[in-house]
Design a protein around this ligand. Structure first.
Ligand code: ZN
Ligand code: ZN
Ligand code: FE
Length: 759
């Protein structure tokens, strides 16, 4: 009989996802002897036995790997026969500086939910988990992934748990967070100065409170949440006041998928995403109304399903199908993870707080996704997704990309892998900046990365740029919109010349003006700016992003001069006269009126012109409201004039005429959107003819608009273009760091660090 011996090295996400037990069982199935071992650089397997069995073993690794694992490479080589007398799992060793990947947190699995009803030591145990589910990234402090390197280290296993942990045939074999009612973490409810640790009581009291319209703070996987009845207007309103911030829509959690289907129109792709172990918040079309202030007038709803055992237990006690479950933070600070801080800051604004005694080491927010054209697209990448790497064809080793300013994520390169951080937030306050720099430190330590090159945004005032400059490491600055396009290119492994369409709010251009409606011919190395929206003053600078009416006046003044006041447009009645005068004189005297080509600001101005949204309560509110009123049956549009400055004169004049002729907001918004789609299509056609390029990359925050992305994708595909829009990486500034990283890698490869970026 033919025998064989193999050494197999597997890289990818193979730790903390039940990989070694899987290998063990597989080896036994094929009657093979040998060993499996976790190392920093992956999993090493020795097997020996009949050649046929060894071959089948190797094939089965690929075909049957555990659901949450992700194999990047399997390298196998013949080796000498060691005459093992069994197949065994060897204790982890710390062999090299090259690490393997860290699993994101995984929603509790079906098997564990069943165990919660049947296993005597885990009846209703709210921290139940196994190798296929449970906390991962949020509790990992160091690699390799062993209990002693997690925040579970302070909970010694009881005998029963240990025997399961050591039993290779058990689902909890080497499940690092394994625990039970006798030995694991516990919940505590703080209510009216009482601390209650009996779980039944915690669930009953908090369920009752929520049913009565109260607010309860609950410690989640990656941070605290605030919860209340999503059908109780008064409760939701109180929660809104408690959070003391913007009027952003709140996310909700439904008890079951059936409940979710009753309130929303979820299609199959959306349901698949909602039920995946990543359990994101998904933006859905609302069918049945919840409390009005949940979605603040939008017809969409950010919804998710339970993902912690505790969520399931809570819904069992609760006689409600849906609760608001929004991040536990005040204003725009990071989501709170510390029990004491939560008690100090969240308890005063809620009626009770539920904590537990296991620490959260890595903070994560709920991830946010949406399905456009039947494809899931990430809007906020955090729990369930981070810190999975993006695999590239570029050497990005040792590069730190510090990202932009809003919805920041940073990115670190290791070999050919890009580790994009979880969502950090807007780098506009001390707390977020602290979280940012602390997380960069954690990533460098966790993934063993020594930074030798730093890349940041061109904008000198971003805190991410200042952070970069203070490191005293060679730093290059990358243009914001080039990074947007490069980010999407990196996601799809593109490394060639493409047509880049970057539409967003704002980003500094190489001419020191503010860009945001750009057509590029670019690759990962550099870009040429082919065309852009014509420049327009942005009265008050940053203030204009919060007050869209300023942009409306700027456009009116540009095309009508002061006589726009005679048009008697209704929205102007809502603005004080002297404010209007002030803006006009600021534009005339060019005081704090930077010029911009931003698409976002153009959307803002239309929303203000039609009196839909004059002031913005949260980022991108005006474009979102504009999109929300679209009439899909209207195919009209405004006239176009394009050369290398895309004039919007005819759009503004058309909108003004329509307002005067009492056309509906909905009709005007739709015509405007249709025009934008036509502009993109016309520009892309023109560029592709001139440059013989047929790959089109669409990126930037404006491409989070369902109407635009679905139509332009379909239109371009129908015309034989290859279209790439961000899916796994956010199209917004949360994806910028990946683009910066790719550009920096390309520059380093060519040893040319200077930016040309032809205008
Ligand atoms: Zn499980
Ligand atoms: Zn136990
Ligand atoms: Fe941007």
């Amino acid at each position: 009989m033919n025998s064989a011996a193999l050494k197999i090295h597997i890289k990818g996400l193979v730790q903390g996802v039940g990989f070694r037990p899987f290998i063990y069982r597989l080896a036994n199935r094929f009657n093979l002897k040998g060993s499996v071992e976790n190392r920093n650089d992956g999993v090493i397997i020795f097997v020996e036995g009949l050649k046929n069995n060894v071959d089948n073993f190797l094939n089965s690794i690929k075909n049957e790997a555990p659901p949450a694992s992700n194999i990047n490479s399997i390298a196998s080589e013949s080796c000498s026969v060691n005459n093992f007398d069994e197949f065994k799992i060897i204790k982890s060793t710390n062999k090299s500086e090259e690490i393997t990947e860290i699993s994101p947190d995984i929603a509790v699995c079906e098997d564990c939910l069943k165990d919660m009803e049947s296993q005597s030591h885990r009846i209703d145990y709210p921290f139940i988990n196994c190798t296929n589910c449970g906390p991962r990234f949020t509790i990992i402090q160091d690699l390799p992934y062993d209990r002693k390197n997690t925040t579970m280290k302070s909970f010694p296993m009881c005998e029963k748990c240990r025997s399961e942990y050591e039993d290779v045939l058990d689902r909890r074999f080497h499940a690092q967070p394994v625990a039970c009612n006798d030995c694991g973490p516990i919940y505590t409810l703080t209510y009216k100065n009482n601390e209650i640790t009996d779980l039944k009581e915690i669930l009953n009291i908090s369920a009752k409170l929520i049913e009565q319209g109260k607010i309860v703070a609950i410690k989640g996987l990656g941070g605290f949440h605030l919860a209340c009845d999503a059908q109780n207007e008064e409760a939701v309103n109180r929660l809104r006041k408690a959070k003391n911030r913007d009027g952003k829509p709140f996310a909700v959690m439904f008890a079951t998928i059936e409940d979710l289907k009753e309130f929303t129109n979820a299609n199959d792709t959306e349901i698949e995403s909602l039920l995946s172990w990543k359990r994101p918040i998904l933006i859905l079309q609302e069918k049945k109304k919840l409390a009005k202030s949940v979605s603040v007038g939008f017809k969409t709803l950010g919804a998710m399903l339970p993902y912690m055992p505790f969520h399931y237990l809570l819904f069992e006690a609760l006689r409600l199908p849906v609760i608001v479950l929004t991040s536990g933070n005040i204003s725009d600070e990071p989501i709170i993870i510390d029990n004491q801080i939560a008690i100090e800051e969240l308890l005063p604004v809620s009626d009770a707080i539920i904590t537990y005694n296991r620490d959260i080491y890595n903070r994560t927010d709920d991830s946010l996704t949406v399905v456009f054209n039947n494809k899931e697209r990430l809007l906020r990448r955090s729990r369930g997704f981070a810190p999975s790497p993006v695999n590239l064809n570029l050497n990005v080793d040792g590069i730190l990309a510090t990202g932009a300013e809003l919805v920041n994520c940073f990115c670190l390169g290791k070999g050919k892998q890009a580790f994009l951080s979880q969502h950090i937030g807007d780098l506009k306050n001390m707390e977020t900046l602290e979280y940012y720099s602390e997380t960069i430190d954690k990533f460098q330590k966790l993934f063993r990365i020594k930074t030798s090159l730093v890349v940041c945004d061109l904008h000198p005032d971003y805190l991410s740029t200042k952070y970069a400059n203070e490191l005293n490491i060679k730093t290059i600055a990358v243009q914001h919109h080039h990074a947007h396009i490069a980010s999407c290119m990196a996601e799809y492994g593109l490394d060639e010349k493409v047509i880049g369409v970057a539409f967003d709010g704002i980003g500094l251009g190489t001419d020191n003006k503010i860009w945001g409606g750009e057509f590029f011919i670019c690759d990962l190395f550099d870009f040429e700016r082919y065309s852009h929206f014509e420049y327009i003053p942005m009265p008050g600078g940053d203030k204009a992003t919060k007050e869209p009416w300023r942009m409306a006046i700027s456009y009116l003044y540009k095309y009508y001069g002061k006589s726009f006041l005679d048009l008697k447009l209704p929205f102007l009645e809502n603005i004080e006269e002297d404010k209007i005068e002030l803006i006009i004189s600021a534009i005339e005297k060019k005081i704090n009126c930077p010029e911009t080509s931003s698409a976002g600001r153009l959307f803002d101005s239309i929303a203000a012109l039609i009196n839909l949204c004059l002031n913005s309560n949260f980022h991108a509110e005006a474009p979102m409201r504009l999109e929300a009123i679209i009439d899909k049956n209207c195919s009209d549009e405004y006239d176009l004039i394009t050369n290398n400055e895309i004039s919007v004169k005819e759009i503004i004049k058309g909108v003004v005429d329509d307002i005067i002729n009492l056309k509906s907001q909905s009709e005007i918004s739709t015509k405007f959107h249709n025009t934008i789609i036509s502009i993109i299509f016309a520009q892309v056609l023109e560029i592709s003819k001139k440059y013989k390029i047929n790959k089109v990359v669409l990126s930037g925050g404006s491409f989070q608009n369902r109407y635009i992305i679905e139509r332009i994708e379909n239109l371009l595909i129908k015309n034989s273009f290859k279209v790439y829009a961000p899916c796994k990486i956010p199209a917004n500034d949360g994806g910028i760091a990946l683009g910066q990283l790719a550009i920096a890698a390309k520059r380093r490869e060519k040893d040319v660090f200077k930016y040309s970026g032809k205008n």
